[in-house]
Design a protein around this ligand. Structure first.
Ligand SMILES: [Zn+2]
Length: 161
């Protein structure tokens, strides 16, 4: 690895560095700790971070912390929804998840960021947002067909024919 002059401060040299307290991001999660022994490129004067040949190994090294954080956030939100009165199975049906999916998240499966975000949003106002979600799915499915609505629709169809 060749050293080069820092483009931020134009004084320090950018070189591979190891050690504690370095963080990076993955997806939407920030402040993920880079393991001490993994080298990153940084300026020895101003500390500016650079993407280098080690980017793949940094991503690989940080992924377990990233996935653990997603699991923690998703499981925490799912637990809050269950405490608010939702059954885990009903929540899985509402979100189109397979049965037992949330139990697998609790025991180690990494959820997507999209699912994690959705669970967090639902858990912020469980009753209101679960009811909204139910209404949205009902509307997307053509709304609830009551006997009266069906009769009205059938009359309209007959009238149009
Ligand atoms: Zn610098």
């Amino acid at each position: 690895m060749t050293k080069f002059r820092c483009m931020q401060c134009r004084e320090g040299m950018v070189r591979p560095m190891t050690g504690p307290g370095r963080t990076t991001w993955m997806g939407n999660l920030r402040e993920l700790l880079i393991p001490d022994h993994i080298a990153t490129l940084a300026c020895d004067s101003c500390g500016a971070q650079y993407i280098g040949g080690e980017a793949a190994s940094v991503a690989e090294a940080v992924r377990p912390a990233y996935e653990a954080r997603l699991r923690e956030l998703a499981a925490g939100a799912a637990d809050a929804l269950v405490r608010a009165g939702t059954r885990s199975g009903d929540l899985e049906r509402l979100l189109g998840l397979s049965q037992g999916y949330l139990a697998r998240v609790r025991s180690g499966k990494a959820p997507s960021e999209a699912l994690t975000l959705l669970l967090i949003l639902l858990a912020e106002k469980p009753r209101v947002r679960l009811a909204e979600a139910g209404r949205l799915w009902a509307r997307a499915s053509g709304g609830r067909r009551t006997k009266a609505k069906r009769a009205k629709r059938n009359r309209a169809v007959r009238a149009a024919a």
